[in-house]
Design a protein around this ligand. Structure first.
Ligand SMILES: Nc1ncnc2c1ncn2[C@@H]1O[C@H](COP(=O)(O)OP(=O)(O)O)[C@@H](O)[C@H]1O
Ligand SMILES: [Mg+2]
Length: 301
């Protein structure tokens, strides 16, 4: 039988008093997919992830998790784990004791719960017997991930898991998540930065003030035809400025920064070279994906 979708949400709405945190949201996550939920602060990411974890229920709309409809709080099927707003840990307990306490809460014998393996998986073996209270944000995030992995999940929900991770920690977590997805675990994770999810996610949903402004494969987002800002350095800045100001489809944003579509940029470069101005650098100020993200969310902040 075909596996059900990990998440199927239709027109989910969630309000806190006057605030519409989620406004008729659709979300689809296929088995084994790493789905990025991206948006500026206050966009509704944590609220949506909380619904996936069953911490609250939508005011309206339908939500199915692992094929089962969710109608009440704390009613999500087994196999869903993760955290929102930072992992809940006991600061006075060591990393190992935190996981042992959790295993016991879930009715398992800590000795056979695979605690050492899970600590190794997230790269915390060396600090297994240090108190969690002394951990950096990145280490706490990794311990939170270990807690979520103690019972191997079918759907893993992570709220801003990259927060506080250094580049090595971030690469490690990426490897763990990619490995899990390859084995069929579905993952939904949030970030307020596009570049964070670029390396990891095949599909993204971009939220801005409670609404979906884009959902689909990253390739589709990158291919959307929009004007980008480019840093342009040449052998003659004054003439470059004059020529750029006079070029169709080009806006001079500031010294050394011009905006336009790719064909207009091509024409500008050709013209500069024809007029004996050497082009030394032409690079997008932000990646095309980040630019798409910013333009989709900018006016809604
Ligand atoms: N428990 C709550 N009570 C009141 N307002 C809330 C609550 N949780 C979230 N909100 C509001 O809902 C909106 C979305 O918040 P949130 O989901 O935390 O966004 P994000 O995680 O994308 O930063 C914000 O305007 C926030 O202030
Ligand atoms: Mg949040």
């Amino acid at each position: 039988m075909e596996q059900p979708r990990a998440v199927r949400a239709r027109r989910i709405t969630k309000c806190f008093g006057e605030v519409v945190a989620l406004d008729a949201i659709d979300l689809d996550v296929a088995p084994g997919q790493i789905h990025g939920l991206v948006g500026p602060n206050g966009a509704g990411k944590t609220t949506l992830l909380g619904l996936l974890l069953g911490l609250a229920v939508p005011d309206s709309g339908t939500l199915e998790i692992l094929g089962a409809p969710v109608r009440r709080a704390l009613d999500v099927p087994d196999g869903v784990s993760g955290f929102v707003d930072g992992p809940g840990l006991y600061p006075s307990l060591t990393a190992r004791q935190n996981l042992a306490a959790l295993a016991r809460l879930r009715g398992r014998n800590p000795r056979s719960a695979g605690i050492d393996e899970t600590l190794a998986q997230v790269g915390l073996t060396d600090v297994a017997d240090d108190r969690a209270g002394g951990f950096s944000l990145g280490m706490r995030q990794r311990l939170g991930l270990a807690a979520a992995l103690l019972t191997p999940p079918t759907l893993l929900v992570l709220d801003e898991p990259a927060n506080g991770l250094d580049p090595a920690g971030s690469r490690h977590v990426h490897r763990v998540l990619t490995g899990l997805a390859a084995e069929g675990t579905s993952i939904v994770l949030s970030s307020h930065r596009m570049d964070d999810v670029e390396a990891l996610c095949s599909e993204v949903t971009i939220l801005a003030t409670g609404r979906v402004v884009f959902s689909g494969p990253l390739g589709k987002l990158a291919a959307e035809n929009r004007e980008l800002d480019y840093r342009l350095r040449t052998s003659d800045p004054a003439r470059t400025r004059a020529i750029a100001s006079d070029s169709h489809g080009i806006t001079v944003v500031e010294d050394n920064v011009v905006r336009g579509l790719v064909p207009a940029m091509d024409e500008l470069v050709t013209r500069l070279v024809r007029e004996n101005v050497a082009v030394r650098e032409l690079t997008p100020v932000v990646s095309p994906l980040e630019a798409a993200f910013l333009s989709l969310t900018e006016d809604k902040r």
